[in-house]
Design a protein around this ligand. Structure first.
Ligand SMILES: NC(=O)C1=CN([C@@H]2O[C@H](COP(=O)(O)OP(=O)(O)OC[C@H]3O[C@@H](n4cnc5c(N)ncnc54)[C@H](O)[C@@H]3O)[C@@H](O)[C@H]2O)C=CC1
Ligand SMILES: O=C1[C@@H](O)[C@H](O)[C@@H](O)[C@H](O)[C@H]1O
Length: 337
């Protein structure tokens, strides 16, 4: 058996194809040995030119393919639960793109399956934790230098949403990143959600409630506001400012070179997450491969995925009902500390 971790990549769309490339180029210690996508032409295209990779139309068939010792899930969220449970049954370490699953009940079934095994196998793709700027902010907050965090002000903007995007997905898909980042940065649970919305942008697809302003209350008494705007048209912008008792700190995407020329100042704005978070994706997959080679998992856990799903579900209710909704979390199994 090769010393390289044999990985089955399930889903060969934007993220899956990028992860196939990543494992084949920038991340050592692993090799893609199987790819699954019902659109097998996509799977073939993702592995074009790579020898020894089997292509499947069915994810469970790929999990059972020769040489598979771990799985990377990059299919749409509705397909995650089935393969996560199958991977747990086979004892395979899994990297699962966010969100863990589309709702809290299915996420908790995954948590229970992993908890029954008594060891972690799942890492969720909340890549902000691996971004250098977010990691620096986390260290600063943990140092206590600025005092207790009082508020996080977050902005999350996409150039345009995919055609299948719904008003609920602004919260369950996009804001899921801020949910995880806030829980991680503050070390607190989110306890209640309120969603406000202005008159939608005229450039948003018909019927899409875009943008929205999502407000979280936390167990430690902090407040987190998130502007989510998925059809802003001009760029991919993700920012977070922490306001603490004795100082503030901001991270975001203002790192590009600023050019002053012919009476104008100009700075490029990233156009999508694959560019803005390229290094973070590399780091998260590298960390996953390292843990998976020892048969385990590190980083954002299935519990973190479940907690994010529970908060997102409360957020979707808050959006629909126009009221403040409290978050109900199940009891945390001992496996997750
Ligand atoms: N971490 C991040 O920043 C990002 C994460 N994502 C997440 O990645 C996942 C995939 O998103 P995208 O790549 O943007 O979607 P996509 O639509 O580009 O690709 C999904 C692919 O999965 C395939 N597929 C459908 N059902 C499947 C199944 N049962 N088994 C295997 N493949 C199946 C589709 O044919 C398609 O090729 C989602 O969970 C999404 O939320 C997406 C964008 C960014
Ligand atoms: O995860 C992601 C997408 O699924 C989501 O649709 C985008 O809004 C986020 O910016 C991106 O990071």
């Amino acid at each position: 058996m090769s010393d390289l971790l044999g990985v089955a990549v399930l889903g060969a769309g934007h993220m899956g194809a990028d992860h196939v490339r990543r494992i084949g180029t920038t991340v050592g210690g692993a090799r893609v040995v199987a790819v699954a996508d019902p659109d097998t032409a996509r799977a073939e295209a993702a592995v074009a030119g790579r020898a020894g990779v089997s292509v499947h139309g069915d994810a469970l068939a790929a999990l059972a393919a020769p040489g598979v010792r771990a799985a990377l899930v990059a299919s749409p969220e509705a397909a995650h639960e089935e393969v996560l449970l199958a991977a747990c049954a086979r004892g395979l370490p899994v990297f699962c793109e966010k969100p863990l699953t589309p709702d809290a009940a299915s996420s908790f079934r995954v948590v229970e399956a992993e908890a029954r095994l008594g060891r972690r196998l799942i890492q969720v793709g909340f890549m902000r934790r691996y971004d250098a700027e977010y990691a620096a902010l986390k260290s600063l907050l943990d140092s206590g230098h600025l005092g207790r965090p009082l508020m996080l002000h977050c902005r999350h903007r996409n150039v345009a949403s995919p055609p299948h995007f719904t008003s609920e997905m602004l919260i369950s898909s996009s804001v899921s990143h801020e949910i995880d980042a806030a829980r991680w940065l503050l070390g607190q649970e989110i306890t209640a959600v309120t969603v406000l919305r202005p008159t939608p942008s005229g450039d948003a697809p018909q019927g899409l409630l875009d943008p929205q302003l999502v407000l979280f209350e936390t167990s430690g008494g902090a407040l987190v506001d998130v502007e989510i705007f998925v059809n802003c048209g001009f760029g991919y912008e993700v920012r977070c400012e922490a306001v603490c008792e004795r100082g503030s700190a901001q991270v975001g995407d203002d790192r590009a070179m600023a050019v002053h020329f012919t009476g104008q100042a100009r700075q490029d704005v990233a156009q999508d997450y694959l560019v803005r978070f390229a290094d973070a994706y590399d780091r998260e997959v590298r960390a996953w491969v390292t843990a998976a080679r020892s048969g385990g998992a590190a980083g954002p856990s299935a519990w973190d995925g479940y907690a994010a799903a529970a908060v997102a579900e409360a957020g979707v209710r808050a959006l629909r009902e126009g009221s403040r909704v409290t978050v109900e979390l199940a009891e945390r199994p001992g496996l997750y500390g």
